[in-house]
Design a protein around this ligand. Structure first.
Ligand code: Q9C
Ligand code: ZN
Length: 358
């Protein structure tokens, strides 16, 4: 059996995406009492496809469908049942949970009035198209992990809707199924896995999934949760629990953080921890809402910074799955993703050149 990622840098990097992911449109959300256009819309995926689709460095293809039952191995049965219930909503209708019971055990996933029992914020709607879109989004992450197990050194999942805020039991933060979690679980069969989350927001869902698991290291750089979503997680003193203690690393950064400061923390803390962990594979929760013009994030990262971040990741010399998360400046999202992925390729190629030929 070939080791994961044992292949040479490929002529083109596999990119997984399914058209079904374009069918779900959240439409709007409430921001401090005002109804605004929802930031997480299908045009984000089109922006990314616009860049990657016409670059021969990338090969866009649909993922294989997700093996039956896989979502329920990572998520609560009731959470997936709720999405199934929503699949029979009237076409064109969206449901925004607005009643959140403090005791979430009281939820009936066949009653959409109970949706708030499975949800932790009011900006993440359900519709008839949610289940299909999030299942295909999850399939891209699973397919990218499988591409690594087949020998690809790197693969990109254009997972939209995103996933890193989704926990075992709860959706929220525009996320329904934790795509990075699925990729890590697929790769974990071959050894330890590290997940680095570069999205502007803390990956609370991913952290929670692996909090007690020493076989998966979770590292996240993000806007300080005292000030930014998800507010209730992402603090530096959350370090894992039980046998997983020491295998979760949170690196909160102040608003206004620029590329230089971001990269300093990334090198000194995040990559140092990953190197010490010596994983068999790496999963990157690749969010681009730290971009300087992003409407949600408040860092000042430039397109060139994403290329450098990619290059540093590539130079780790680990088989790497990149899973799309946030990034809401639609017009520049494609170029930021392209810069990042080209950086990863360049980093892996530079490392291959510097090593003696096998
Ligand atoms: N009106 C991801 O980047 N809402 N999720 C912020 C804005 C939550 C972002 C309020 C932001 C979630 C995957
Ligand atoms: Zn984000």
């Amino acid at each position: 059996m070939a080791a994961i990622g044992s292949g040479r840098p490929l002529a083109s990097m596999p990119v997984f995406f399914s058209e079904a992911q374009l069918e779900f449109e959240p439409g709007y959300e409430w921001a401090l009492g005002e109804k605004i256009a929802h930031p997480e819309h299908a045009a984000r995926a089109e922006s990314i496809l616009g860049t990657l689709g016409r670059d021969p460095a990338f090969e866009v293809r649909p993922p294989e469908s997700l093996p039956g039952g896989l979502l329920r191995r990572q998520h609560a049965d009731a959470l997936i049942t709720l999405y199934e219930t929503a699949a029979s909503m009237p076409e064109g209708e969206t449901l925004y949970p607005s009643v959140f019971p403090r005791d979430t055990r009281s939820g009936d996933p066949r009653n959409l009035h109970h949706a708030g029992a499975f949800c932790f914020d009011a900006g993440t709607p359900l519709s008839a198209r949610t289940l299909d879109a999030v299942t295909w989004s999850a399939a891209t992450a699973h397919a990218a992990a499988r591409a690594l197990m087949a020998g690809a050194p790197a693969a990109y999942a254009l997972s939209r809707p995103p996933g890193h805020h989704a926990t075992r039991d709860l959706f929220g933060g525009y996320c329904y199924v934790n795509n990075c979690g699925l990729a890590a679980r697929a790769l974990r069969r071959r050894g330890r896995v590290a997940i680095i989350d570069i999205d502007f927001h803390h990956g609370n869902g991913t952290q929670a999934l692996f909090y007690r698991d020493p076989q998966v290291l979770t590292v996240s750089l993000h806007g300080d949760p005292r000030e930014f979503f998800p507010y209730h997680a992402g603090y530096a003193d959350e370090r894992g629990a039980g046998r997983g203690l020491g295998y979760n690393l949170n690196l909160p950064l102040a608003a206004g953080c620029d590329g230089q400061a971001w990269l300093r923390t990334f090198d000194a803390e995040a990559l140092t921890a990953v190197r010490a962990y010596a994983p068999a594979a790496l999963v990157v929760a690749a969010g681009f809402d730290g971009y300087t013009k992003d409407p949600l994030g408040e860092f000042t990262l430039e397109t060139a910074d994403f290329e450098v971040i990619g290059e540093r990741i590539g130079r780790m010399g680990l088989p790497t799955v990149m899973v799309q998360e946030g990034g809401y400046h639609v017009a520049h999202l494609g170029r930021n993703v392209g810069a990042f992925l080209r950086g990863v390729r360049a980093g892996q190629a530079a490392l291959a050149r510097s090593l003696p030929a096998a």
